[in-house]
Each structure stands twice: as structure tokens, then as C-alpha cells.
Design a protein around this ligand. Sequence first.
Ligand SMILES: [Zn+2]
Length: 394
Amino acid sequence: MSGPGDTGLTAPRFTRALLDPSPSGPLGGFTGKAVSPEPIQGDPTRFSKRMEDAGAAADQQLGDKQAGGDCATCPPRIRLEHRSQYTAKTRYSEKEWVIADKFIFLVGKDVSGKFRTLSVRVAEPAGASATWEVTPIGEHSGTIPKRTGTGNRFDYTPEVTNAQRPITASRKPNPPVQYSIKATITHEGKSHEITEVVSQDERDIIRQEYVDQRMWRKGFTLHVPYRTRIKETTRADLRGNYQLILDSAMTELLTATEAAYGEKVYVSSGWRNPRRNLAAGSQVPNSNHQHGGALDMQPVGAKQMTGATRRSAYLRLYNAARTVRSRVVLLEKGPRAVYPSSAAVPEPTPEMPDHNEDGIPDAATSKGSRVESLFDIASHVHIDRAAPDEADDD
Ligand SMILES: [Zn+2]
């Protein structure tokens, strides 16, 4: 009956159905609940650091100190919930209280000039009172003038200074703002302690950069982006200092330019988070690169091209970009435009011939410079759209 090499043992084939936590699934034998690979509420963008923090917080809970607890329900199940006054006001209902892993928050001054207040409460045991102690983790998380208190709920207001929240040029991601929250509750006459860490995820770390810039950088008026504008990407050339990108128009501009150009385009600079924008040498406080509305593009392989071949590739890319709906298209050398904004390049004619066949008339000039030489020195074609008129600032 058994063929050669058949051991007679049959293992179930590994299929997705095996991971189905439903006990009424088609496969016998597997009735246990599958372990979810996403303990962080299914948000795939959380930092792994965040997982560590969650783990540390869980460890703290397991090590929950009991002062001789021996009542039937000791230690009690303690659950804390968090809320940001800011997010509750603008993005969520007033009733929104969430567990630490789902907590989103920013610190620093809102548009009214007040520091944002964060809140924590004891959700379980319901109505229990706690003694609170909140401790900033790292200098970059600021200081909390009133960081202890008593009651079911505790509001705390972190204050941050420019020295603590740097707005200087950088090509590295900022660390998350984090607070360690210790709650001591009394239950059946015994004291129980729980410590939890709240931490910004990558989206909030990115949004925090905009709050910081708005507070201290002269002339910076870009809005704090909505979390939904911050996205995953497979194109590394669009990234700033983070894995996620802020994309208000980039992908649309790039796709449209590539369609008109008929080839893939290399993006030498896509989204720049504000600190990266400074690192790129931008002199424009509200550069559209910072909200993901601008691209610096090069023909693929341009670095290996020379002479008429290079000029002609840049001219084709420049003209392709000009067909896309945008605010402006610029031929740039570094941060400086070398050709008038969005202006057409004259076509060769019998009177203005193009002997070297780069598509540019040999004698064409712009402001006293030969157009060919301007294309020779160009480092990229910049295209952008205006910043979206939407605010998540207050
Ligand atoms: Zn640019």
C-alpha cells in the first residue's frame, strides 16, 4: 500500500487555515487559539522599540507588587487607560480612552500657546483611586512640573524646551517621547502597583517634528500632518529619516511624470522630514519637500551620462514634468534654479539649428547663459505641489 519512501506518517499541510483561530475550522486536532503575531493592536508601523516597551510594561504587571495580598481577588486586574486632550479634541470623541499601545500623543505647545495635557485613569478596578507618579524617559521627553497626584484620573502636562527638542539638521530619526507611569492602588486594604510606559509610535515621532519646528523655527508654518498622510512605501528613494513617508502629492507627481517620460525616474530627494530638509541645505523654511509634495528627479543613470546624451535625457525629463499638473517645475543645480520657473525650452528651427542633436538649439540663451550649459550643470528636475490646507495643530 505504501509507496517507496512513504513513512506512513501524515502531517497536516501547513496552510493559512491552520492559523485560523476559529475552533470550527475544517482541520481536526487544532482547536487552540492561534497566537497573534500582532500584539500591538494590528498597527504594523509601531517601532520594535515599542514592542520592547510593551513587553517591559507587561513584565512590570506580572511582577505586580502585592503587599501581602491574600483576598480572593488579589492581585486585582489593573488596567490603565490614556487620553490626550489634544487628540480627543480634534481627532477623536471626548470619550476616547485607550490602552497604552493604542495611545497617540504629541507634546509641546498647541496653536493657543498652551502645552498639551495628557491623561491617565484607572479603568479597572472601575472607579479605583490611585497614587500617581509620571516620569519622563530621556531628556527629549521634557519635564513635568506636576508629576504626582491622587485620584481615579491624573492629568499631566509635559513641558519641552528647544534644547530638549532639537530642530537642527539631522539624517537620523528622532527617538520617541516616552513617559513611565506608576499607579499604586489600594484594594481590599492592600496596596498594588503597576507601571506602564507610553511611547510615541513612528507616526507621532514624525508629527512631533512639525510641532517642534512650529514652536521654534522662524518662518515655519507648515501644518502638523494627519496620521493618515503618513504612509508605508516600497520606494526607498522617497524616504526621509524614517521608514514611513509623509506623502501629500509625491507619488501622484512621480507616477504622472514617469508616464509622460515613458521610463522610470530616479528620485534624488523625495520627502524630507524637517530635520532632513535642513540637512539637505534647503534655505526655504516651508519647502514643499517637507509635506511630501515635492520631488527632485534625475534620469536613471544620469551620473554616467555626458554631453549631448545627458542634456537630451534631462530635457526629456524636464519636458515630461512640465506636462504634469503642478505648482512649479524647476531645473536646479543643488538648491538653486538655473532656468526660469516652468519655462519652455525653445525648439530647434532652421534659423536656430541643433547640430549636436540634444534637442536644444545650439545658440539658445537664457539670461545671458547658453541653455545647453544650464542643462549641463543641472543636478535634478524639481516638481512640486502646494501644501494641503489641513491642520492637525491645535
Ligand atoms: Zn526640490
